[in-house]
Design a protein around this ligand. Sequence first.
Ligand SMILES: Cc1cc2nc3c(=O)[nH]c(=O)nc-3n(C[C@H](O)[C@H](O)[C@H](O)COP(=O)(O)OP(=O)(O)OC[C@H]3O[C@@H](n4cnc5c(N)ncnc54)[C@H](O)[C@@H]3O)c2cc1C
Length: 573
Amino acid sequence: MTTPHDFLARHHLPNRWQEKDRFVLLQFDFADGADFLQAWQMWQQDPQRSQRFYYFAMINAASLAACPLPELTTLHAELAGKWPALQRGFQRIHLENGTLILTLMWGEPLAQLRSLNATLDAADLNTPDLSTAHYKALWRLSGTSTRVVTCKKYGEAHLKSAGYLLEDFGDYLAGPCMRPPFDKSPKHPHHAMIIGAGLAGVSIAERLAARGWKIDLLEAQSEIATQSSGNHAGLFHPGASRDDNISARLSRAGCAETRQHLAKLPSEGVDAFFGIDGILQVAKDDAQARLMQDIAKNFPPEILSWMAQDAAAAQVGERPSHGGWWFPQGGWANPASVCHASLALWPEQIQLHCNSHVAHLVQTPDGWRALGLDGLALAAAPVLIIANATEALALLPKLELPLSKTLRSTTLIPALAVPRYSLTGSGYITPAFRGYRCIGAAEVSNGNLSFAEQRNLAELQALLPALAPSQSAGSRACYRPNSLDRLPLAGALPDPQSITGAIHQLHQIPRLKNAYCLLGLGSRGLSWATLAAETLACQLNQDPIPIETDLQQAIDPARFLLRKYRHNNNFPV
Ligand SMILES: Cc1cc2nc3c(=O)[nH]c(=O)nc-3n(C[C@H](O)[C@H](O)[C@H](O)COP(=O)(O)OP(=O)(O)OC[C@H]3O[C@@H](n4cnc5c(N)ncnc54)[C@H](O)[C@@H]3O)c2cc1C
C-alpha cells in the first residue's frame, strides 16, 4: 500500500518528465486511481512538465473507485465525468485539452500488454500476478530511457534476466533496462506535406500540428472539404457485431476519439456544427431485428441498447418500420465546419495551399516535392502524406493501393419536426442544420442523380412508413472513397516494387521512404478520421499508438500486399 506521493517519488517525478516532448508511463494496476490522480495533479501544476503525458493503466474493476484522497476530489470528479462504459481493449480519456491521455486497458492483462505499441519511460509493476510472459512483453516496450519500479517480491529474478539493472531502495526495486530492443521507429524532421484537404488531410494536419509539426496542406479545389467531405451533414456511431470484430472495435474507438476531438473545437470564431444527441439504427427486417436484439445483450446501454418498435416510436416521435439499436452517444456533424475549426486550432503551423492540384510527386534526397500540372513545384517537405481519397491511385499508380470509389448522393429535405433524432438503416436522416435535414446515401447509377434522389426519399419512407412524403430541396452527388475491406488505410506506404524476398509479416514489406497515407475512409469518415489520423501522427512522432496492435495492423496500408504474397507464396525476382 503506497502512501500519498510514494508513487511519484519512486518514479522520480516530476524530474523525469520535465522538458520532454512526451512521458509514457504504464501501471500494471490502476487500483483506486490514487497514483494516477496524484500524478495528474503534479503534472498539471508543474510549469516544466512534458508537452504530453501518456498514462496507460490496466483496469481490474469496471467502475472508478470513490475518491481516495480528499484533496483530489476536483480531479476525481472530472475523471468520473469522463469515465467510459468499459469494453475490451484500450479506451482513451482526454484530459487537459488532450495533452494528458489516460488509456484504460481492459481485458486479460497479458493480451493487453502485448497489444501495446509504445516505448515506456516508466513501468510500475504494482501487481503480484506476473509471469515470464509478462516480463518478455514488458521488455518489448522498453527503451534506453525506461525505468521499472517493482515491489521486492515481484519477479526480481525475471527482471534481472531480462536485462534490468535493479537497485534496492528498501521497500522497492527500480532500475533501467540495460539491453532494450533495437529501436527501429523512423525519426523524421517535424515537417510534412499533406495532399488533400478533406476530413482525412485536415485530421492528420491537425494531429501533427498539435505535436508542433509544420504542415503544408495542398488542396486542388479553391476551398477545403468540398468533395466527399462537402456533404451538408453526416452521422457517426459505432458498429457492433456478435463477435466484436475488428471493424466494430475500431469504430467504437474511432467514435470515442471523434467525440473528444469535437469537444475541443472552438465554440466561437470558427464554429464547428455538430451534435451528440443519439441515433436510432433501425433493423431492415424481422430477421435482422432478432439478431440485433441478441447482440445488444453484450453491450452496456451507454454504448447501445435494443429498442423495440413501440419504445423507438416514443423516443423518435414517429413509428419506425422495426425496432433498432439506440446509440446514446451517436452524433452528427457538418464535416466542412469540423475541418475549418480543426485547422483554426493551429493557424501558425498549418499552411494551406488551395488551388494546388498535385500532378506529380518527386522523391528528393531531402524528402518529397509536389509538382503542379505545369511541372512547377507547389511545395516540398521531408515527409509526404497522401490524403486525397481515391485520386491517390492516379498519383501513385505503382503502389497497387486497394481503393475504389462509388458515386453516392445526399438529398436535402425541409427541417421536419420529427423524427426527433437521427435515424439510420438502409438510408439515413440527420437532424436539421441550417434549415434542412440531409438524407442519403443512394448510389448514383449511370449518372442519374434524380433517380438516386427518389431512392433517398424512398429509403426515408422505408425507415418511417407513416411519415408524410417529403419534398427534395436539392441533391448532390460525390464519390465515396472506399477501401476493399472497408477499413481505413493509415500508415507507411508500401513499396511493392522493392519486394525481393518471401513475405510472411507486415514488417517485412518494404515501405516507400518517408511516405505515408490516410485513405479509404469509406462511408465512415466521421467515425474513422480522427482516430486514424491520431494513429498515424503517433507513428510519425514516436508517440504510443492509441489502438491495440491488431487494430493498427488492420489499418496498415500494406495489409493487402501481405495477403497477396502470403496467398501466392511467391515474390518477383
Ligand atoms: C453521399 C455520401 C454520404 C456520406 N455520409 C456519411 C455519413 O453520414 N457519415 C460518415 O461518417 N461518412 C459519410 N460519408 C463518407 C465521408 O464523407 C468520407 O469518408 C470522407 O469525407 C472522406 O474524406 P477524405 O478526406 O478521404 O476525402 P475527400 O473529402 O474527398 O477529400 C479529398 C481531397 O483531396 C483533394 N484532392 C484530390 N486529388 C488531389 C490532388 N491531386 N492534389 C491536391 N488535392 C487533391 C480533393 O479536392 C479533396 O478535397 C459519406 C460519403 C458520401 C459520398
